[in-house]
Design a protein around this ligand. Structure first.
Ligand code: DMJ
Length: 603
C-alpha cells in the first residue's frame, strides 16, 4: 500500500458524490427522493452500512496523475537549479557572496531540511514507542514502560498519530500501525471513557485516517463502531452529553467531579466528528445529537457569548460562573467557527454565535500586560461582571490561529483583503497577530525556551517582568496550541517570522525534552530548571498535533491540506469541508432575538 499526502481534496459535491447522496437518500428514506420502495431502510442497529456506498475512486487516480506530472516537473526544475547553482558558485570564489546564494535566501532557506528534522523527531518518538510500548495507551519514554487505559487498550497513541504518518509519508510504520488497528483494536470493552477525549482523539483520528488514506474502509468501520458506542453519552434529559460513557454497556455517566457537570468545551467539541460520521453514513442521528448540545448551550443566552465553563446535563443550566478560553472553555469557541466552515459556510448560525463570542472576548477579556503591553486573554473567576484574573493557560494559544482562520475563512490574507475586508476581519487579524506574539513570549521567558502550562501577566506598574510563572504551573505537557497558531498564521499571512518562532520552539524541545537514548521526547516537571526533570510521559498529541503542526509549518506547498478546503478538529485531525444538502440541515433556530442572517454563498 502506498500513502502520500493528497494533492487534492475529495469533493463531496462531485458527480460521484451526487450518486452517493442519491443512493443514501433512497436507502435512508430521509433525502428529497425519500420513499424507498423495495429498498431496505436502515434501522439504527443496522449500522454501519457505508460498505454499500459507492466510493469516489477517481480521487486517488487523479492524485496519481497529478503526482507523475509533479515528479517530472520537479526533476526538470531540479536539473535547471543545479546547473544555475554550479554557474553561480564557480564564478565567484566565495559562494556565500554570490547572487545565487543571496537569491536563495542565504542560510535562511532551509525549511525542507528543518521539516526533515521534525520528521526525524517524530520517527524517534514513534520508534521508542514501537519498541517499548507498541499497542499500549500510555508510554513513559524514560522508564521505557507502558500500560493500557482500557483493559485491551484504546489505541490511544496509534490511532491519534495515523494521519501524521500519512502526512509525513512514513509508509512502513504506518503499515504496522494499520495492521494493529485492523487486527487488535476493539472498542467493545466494559470501560468508561471520557466522551470528549475519545471523540477528538480516537474518532477524529480514525475519520481523518479514512479520509487521507483515500477512503480506506477499515478505518471507517472502526470509526462508525466507536461513534455508535459514544452516542449514549448524549442520552441525558437535555441532550447535553455526559462527561463519560461506558463503551460496552452504552450508559452515559455524569462526571465524577464537578457535581456531575460536563465541561462546556467538552460538550461542544464533538460536532465536527459526529457530523462527518453522518455525512459518511447518510445517517442523521449523529448529526442531530451533536447539534442539540449547541442548541441547549445557546438557549442559556450567555452574556456576550461568553459561556461559563460547566453545564449540567440534567438541567441544561450552567454550573458556576467561571469564564475562560483556557481549560474547559477553549474548543467551544473553536468549534463554533469550524462547524460553520465544515459545512461550506451554510450554517450561518454558528458564525453568528462565534462572532458574538469574539466581540465579547474583545470587549471583556482582552488586556495588556505591563510594562511591554503584551496582549493577553484574562479570565473571569466570578462571573461576567466580576474582576479579571491575569492568568492565561497555554491552551488559550489555539485562539490566535482560530481568529486568523475566522478572519479569512482559511484563504491567504492577500486574497481575503482583495475580495472584501471589513473592520471586524481586520480587527480579528490584528488580535491574532498580537496574541501569537504573546504565546511566543511565553516560550521565550523561560530558561528552557519551552512554555509552561499556565502564566500570569503583570498588571502592576512597579513590576518589571510582563510574565510570571508559579512553580506549580511550570510543567510542560508537550502541548500544541502555539505551534498550531504559528502554522495557521504562516499559511495565512506568509510572514516568515512565524516559521522562525516555530523553529526556535522545536529547537528548545530538542535541547531539553529529548530523552536521549532513542526513546523520543518527554513532558517536563519545570521549564525553568536546567537540566529539567522529566515528567515521564509522551502525550499522544505530541505525535498527533505538536509535531504535525511543526511539520506543516515548514512545508512550502500550501496545496497540502489547504486551509480553505479542510478543517482540523481540535486534536489536529484534518477533515474535509462538505455540503450538507440534501440529507442534512441545521435542525434548530436561535431563541434569542437575532436578526435573520443572509444565507452564505457556497464557495
Ligand atoms: C488536545 O487534546 C486538544 O488540542 C484539546 O483541544 C486540548 N488539549 C489537548 C492538547 O493540549
Amino acid at each position: 500500500m502506498s500513502f502520500s499526502v493528497p494533492q487534492s481534496m475529495p469533493d463531496f459535491s462531485s458527480t460521484a458524490r451526487s450518486v452517493e447522496d442519491y443512493v443514501w437518500s433512497k436507502a435512508s428514506g430521509s433525502g428529497p427522493s425519500g420513499t424507498s420502495a423495495g429498498r431496505h431502510r436502515p434501522a439504527e442497529s443496522d449500522l454501519p452500512l457505508y460498505k454499500d456506498k459507492p466510493i469516489n475512486r477517481s480521487f486517488s487516480q487523479r492524485s496519481k496523475r497529478a503526482r507523475s506530472t509533479w515528479i517530472i516537473t520537479g526533476v526538470l526544475l531540479g536539473v535547471i537549479m543545479y546547473m544555475l547553482y554550479r554557474i553561480g558558485s564557480s564564478a565567484i570564489d566565495h559562494p556565500e557572496s554570490s547572487w545565487f546564494f543571496r537569491a536563495r535566501g542565504g542560510e535562511g532557506n532551509n525549511w525542507k531540511d528543518r521539516q526533515n528534522q521534525v520528521k526525524e523527531a517524530f520517527l524517534e518518538s514513534w520508534n521508542g514507542y514501537e519498541k517499548y510500548a507498541f499497542g499500549k495507551d500510555i508510554f513513559r519514554p524514560v522508564a521505557k514502560t507502558s500500560r493500557n487505559m482500557a483493559p485491551e487498550g484504546m489505541g490511544w497513541i496509534i490511532v491519534d498519530c495515523l494521519d501524521t504518518m500519512m502526512i509525513m509519508n512514513l509508509e512502513e510504520p504506518l503499515q504496522r500501525a494499520r495492521e494493529w488497528v485492523a487486527n487488535n483494536l476493539t472498542y467493545d470493552q466494559d470501560y468508561e471513557v471520557n466522551t470528549f477525549e475519545t471523540t477528538i482523539r480516537m474518532l477524529g483520528g480514525l475519520l481523518s485516517a479514512h479520509y487521507l488514506s483515500g477512503f480506506d474502509d477499515m478505518y471507517l468501520e472502526k470509526a462508525v463502531d466507536l461513534a455508535g458506542r459514544l452516542l449514549p453519552a448524549f442520552d441525558s434529559p437535555t441532550g447535553i452529553p455526559y462527561a463519560s460513557v461506558n463503551l460496552h454497556t452504552g450508559v452515559g455517566i455524569p462526571s465524577h467531579a464537578d457535581s456531575g457537570a460536563s465541561s462546556t468545551a467538552e460538550a461542544a467539541s464533538l460536532q465536527l466528528e459526529f457530523k462527518y460520521v453522518s455525512k459518511l453514513t447518510g445517517e442523521a442521528l449523529y448529526w442531530e445529537k451533536a447539534e442539540k448540545a449547541i442548541e441547549v448551550i445557546d438557549g442559556r443566552k450567555a452574556v456576550d457569548g461568553l459561556a461559563p465553563i460547566f453545564i449540567m446535563p440534567e438541567t441544561g443550566e450552567f454550573r458556576g460562573n467561571q469564564i475562560r478560553l483556557g481549560s474547559r472553555g477553549d474548543s467551544y469557541y473553536e468549534y463554533l467557527l469550524k462547524q460553520f466552515l465544515q459545512t461550506n459556510k451554510r450554517e450561518i448560525i454558528y458564525r453568528q454565535m462565534y462572532d458574538e463570542s469574539m466581540a465579547g472576548l474583545k470587549s471583556r477579556l482582552i488586556q495588556k500586560s505591563k510594562p511591554s503591553g503584551l496582549t493577553y486573554v484574562a479570565e473571569l473567576d466570578h462571573g461576567i461582571d466580576g474582576a479579571l484574573s491575569p492568568k492565561m493557560d497555554h491552551l488559550v494559544c489555539f485562539l490566535p490561529g482560530n481568529l486568523a482562520l475566522g478572519s479569512t475563512e482559511g484563504h491567504p490574507l492577500f486574497v481575503a483583503q482583495r475580495t472584501s475586508w471589513t473592520v471586524s476581519q481586520a480587527s480579528d487579524m490584528k488580535l491574532a497577530k498580537d496574541l501569537t506574539r504573546t504565546c511566543y513570549e511565553m516560550y521565550k521567558v523561560t530558561k528552557t525556551g519551552i512554555a509552561p502550562e499556565i502564566v500570569y501577566f503583570n498588571t502592576d506598574d512597579k513590576i518589571t517582568d510582563d510574565i510570571s510563572i508559579k512553580w506549580q504551573d511550570s510543567h510542560n505537557l508537550q502541548r500544541p496550541e502555539t505551534v498550531e497558531s504559528l502554522f495557521i498564521m504562516w499559511r495565512i499571512t506568509k510572514d516568515p517570522i512565524y516559521r522562525e518562532w516555530g523553529w526556535e520552539i522545536f529547537d528548545a524541545f530538542r535541547r531539553y525534552a529529548h530523552v536521549g537514548d532513542g526513546t523520543g521526547y518527554t513532558c517536563l516537571e519545570s521549564v525553568n530548571e536546567i537540566p529539567p526533570r522529566p515528567r515521564d510521559n509522551m502525550e499522544s498529541f505530541w505525535l498527533a498535533e505538536t509535531l504535525k503542526y511543526l511539520y506543516l509549518l515548514f512545508e512550502d506547498d500550501d496545496s497540502i491540506l489547504p486551509l480553505d478546503e479542510i478543517v482540523f478538529n481540535t486534536e489536529a485531525h484534518p477533515l474535509p469541508r462538505f455540503n450538507m444538502e440534501p440529507l442534512f440541515k441545521t435542525g434548530w433556530k436561535r431563541s434569542s432575538n437575532q436578526p435573520d442572517a443572509p444565507v452564505a454563498d457556497a464557495p
